[in-house]
Design a protein around this ligand. Structure first.
Ligand SMILES: C[S@@+](CC[C@H](N)C(=O)[O-])C[C@H]1O[C@@H](n2cnc3c(N)ncnc32)[C@H](O)[C@@H]1O
Length: 385
């Protein structure tokens, strides 16, 4: 994670500082990280083996050179008698294009060499454009130019998370809240990697977030050890969401998140414990999502109930008291005790089965309540006199 963080930092620095970072990390390591990132964002596995020529990406930097080839043939062998399509670009420029703010994307050092004209013409005559080349080369160029902007619903379907589909319709809500952050350098923490007891299974939503936020670090937490699924920009930790200390150990590693998503056990006590442990560490202006609220009602598996929907031990009751807390400055009497979140929760959005809690400074004051309190005090003085 350190090397990726270094590259994310360096993407916004002067050319000489960026070059120094590349040397410090080592050209080969940087090239390998960039190849992995490009393969991931280009969803290369989807198009590899179905082209008419191999595609070779060549990275160059201060006399160094590294290349990787996406094979045209399904078995990974050479792609017929056409030479490779060769895309060459300078490493520093690619670092900026992949990890920098969008306005730093550039292709000044790039060349794209298509197969020799004669062979290409012969092949083109047999297989007319446009589908002929719409495979790996175009996908790679889309990534390098940051044109790979699929929406969350498509990404959810592609990576196989149930955040969109027959079970849940969360992605449009996430998009509503998170699309302005898409190009920001954010830290996302999701509780619940997926795959339950199988340490090799899961990671679908983490990959969706990683793709959607090209500059983000997307951290996964699961009670089962899922660290084998970690990828660059996608560290995974083992922690029990009902155990404050194990969650705070994760925060120690990753720093304050900008976005927290609770898609873990969905047991009310765990949802509340995680919120109480993590919300104080959410960045100012951050967002805290709680998925699958309905499970708080379901006795099966989730230990839910409908006995008292205002109970502070029930996810529904817990969320409702946040609404009260939003108005802490307006209360006239002592009907409620102050909560630590009162001054930090600035908005609550509740959708079908999904809650979003905004963090900020909730201290607008209340001239109306102040005036009524003064009136009440003077009335009670009059009554006593
Ligand atoms: C619904 S799945 C997560 C799905 C994933 N977020 C996605 O959208 O693709 C729930 C995960 O939460 C994990 N989990 C269950 N109890 C937990 C706990 N107490 N702490 C952390 N993770 C837990 C399970 O092991 C499981 O992998």
């Amino acid at each position: 994670m350190d090397r990726i963080n270094q590259l994310l930092d360096a993407a916004e620095t002067r050319s000489s500082d960026l070059a120094a970072t590349i040397s410090a990390i080592g050209f080969d390591s940087v090239a390998e990280l960039l190849f992995q990132e490009i393969r991931f964002r280009a969803r290369i596995d989807e198009v590899a083996g179905a082209g008419y020529a191999d595609t070779t990406l060549v990275l160059v930097h201060e006399g160094h050179k590294a290349e990787f080839t996406v094979p045209a043939a399904p078995d990974g062998g050479p792609g017929g008698d056409l030479p490779s399509v060769v895309i060459t670009q300078e490493v520093g420029e690619i670092v900026r294009s992949l990890y920098g703010p969008r306005d730093l994307v550039s292709a000044a050092t790039r060349t794209v060499r298509w197969p020799g004209a004669e062979v290409a013409q012969r092949e083109l005559a047999r297989n007319p454009l446009p589908d002929r080349w719409a495979g790996p080369p175009q996908r790679i160029l889309d990534v390098l130019d940051r044109r790979d902007q699929l929406d969350l619903g498509r990404l959810a379907a592609y990576y196989g998370t149930d955040k969109w589909g027959p079970l849940h319709q969360y992605t449009r809500r996430y998009e509503q809240h998170l699309s302005p952050w898409r190009d920001r350098r954010v830290t996302i923490l999701e509780i619940g990697v997926g795959g339950y007891d199988d340490p090799q299974d899961g990671g679908e939503s983490l990959r969706m977030w990683k793709h959607y936020f090209p500059r983000a670090i997307v951290c996964g937490v699961d009670i089962v050890d899922k660290r084998a699924l970690a990828e660059p920009r996608m560290p995974i930790f083992q922690a029990d969401q009902s155990d404050r200390d194990s969650l705070l150990a994760v925060i120690d590693e990753i720093g304050r998140p900008d976005v927290i998503i609770d898609d873990g056990s969905h047991i009310s006590a765990h949802v509340i414990a995680s919120f109480e442990a993590l919300f104080p560490y959410l960045r100012h202006d951050g967002l805290y999502f709680v998925e699958d609220l309905q499970t708080a009602l379901w006795p099966f598996i989730f230990g839910g109930n409908e006995d008292d929907l205002t109970s502070q031990d029930h996810t529904f009751g817990f969320l409702k008291q946040l609404v009260d807390g939003l108005h802490y400055e307006e209360f006239m009497g002592d009907s409620r005790a102050a909560a630590p979140t009162d001054r930090e929760v600035t908005a609550l959005h509740v959708y079908h089965n999904l809650a979003v809690i905004e963090k900020g400074t909730n201290a607008e004051g209340s001239p109306g309540a102040d005036a009524f309190r003064t009136l009440m005090n003077s009335q009670s003085r009059d009554d006593t006199a």
